[in-house]
Design a protein around this ligand. Structure first.
Ligand code: HEM
Length: 223
């Protein structure tokens, strides 16, 4: 393959990775908003209502297919880009730039692997119960009782620690991912870059701190 074709393929991959990554980041805000309802003092009414709406809405069902495809493509592209960055040999004046990029990619794959492992465990706790692959706590209506499942899960300090470590990795992953996602989409400018960096950090903090509050509150307050 010619150099320009290789460059084109690499840029296409980066742009796809960015669009999908930003979509996944947006999903997290919706997921967090619903999960924070676990902390309301209403016996799970709001959380159940939101979960039911999400479960029955046909738009959400289509969204779920897009979401899972996005996860798989994001992971595959991430692995391919990581191998490509590792294979790149720094030469001449490009040395500093490439070295910095490979370091960043290395750091992204590590936090990415932690999130991937977390998702495996998280699906065993919730999603696989929903699709009937794993048995779990069921409600009187015969559907999974995710409200009480979450409360039971986060009464166990080991799971609280595993979830919080994963949210920390997620925060680091998001902070760099959002910045570099916007960069790959061409938003690199002395005017916008500081704002993009600030937005990425604030978003990453909101997501990771927001998710962390849930298990911590349940464990400490003993809901
Ligand atoms: C305290 C933290 C969290 C709790 C209590 C929680 C709870 C849940 C529950 C109850 C479900 C099943 C929802 C349903 O299908 O009706 C679910 C699904 C899911 N969660 Fe989480 N989650 C948490 C954090 C996360 C994080 C940090 C991620 C991503 C890195 C994530 C990704 C997913 C995905 C991809 C699904 C399946 C998609 C879906 O069903 O819509 N979750 N989670």
């Amino acid at each position: 393959m010619s150099n320009s074709l290789l460059n084109y393929a690499s840029i296409t991959k980066k742009i796809s990775m960015s669009i999908i990554g930003l979509f996944l980041a947006a999903f997290l805000l919706v997921h967090l908003t619903i999960n924070l309802m676990l902390l309301l003092d209403d016996g799970g009414e709001s959380f159940r209502a939101a979960a039911e709406f999400m479960g029955k809405n046909p738009v959400i069902k289509v969204f779920e297919i897009i979401l899972f495809s996005a996860f798989i493509i994001h992971i595959l592209l991430g692995i391919i880009l990581w191998f490509q960055n590792n294979a790149a040999r720094p030469i001449g004046y490009q040395r500093a730039n490439i070295t910095k990029t490979s370091l960043m990619s290395k750091y992204m794959i590590h936090t990415g692997i932690i999130i991937f492992i977390f998702l495996g465990l998280h699906f065993i706790h919730f999603y696989f119960v929903k699709i009937g692959l794993v048995s779990g706590l069921m409600g009187e209506d015969g559907h999974p009782d995710f409200y009480n499942s979450a409360l039971e899960l986060f009464k166990q300090p080991l799971y609280v620690i595993i979830y919080i470590v994963s949210f920390l990795a997620l925060g680091f992953h998001l902070n760099h991912a959002i910045q570099s996602g916007f960069q790959s989409l061409g938003w690199e400018h002395s005017k916008y870059t500081p704002a993009v960096k600030a937005i990425s950090t604030i978003y990453a903090l909101v997501i990771s701190v927001g998710f962390t509050i849930i298990p911590l509150f349940i464990l400490i307050a003993g809901k």
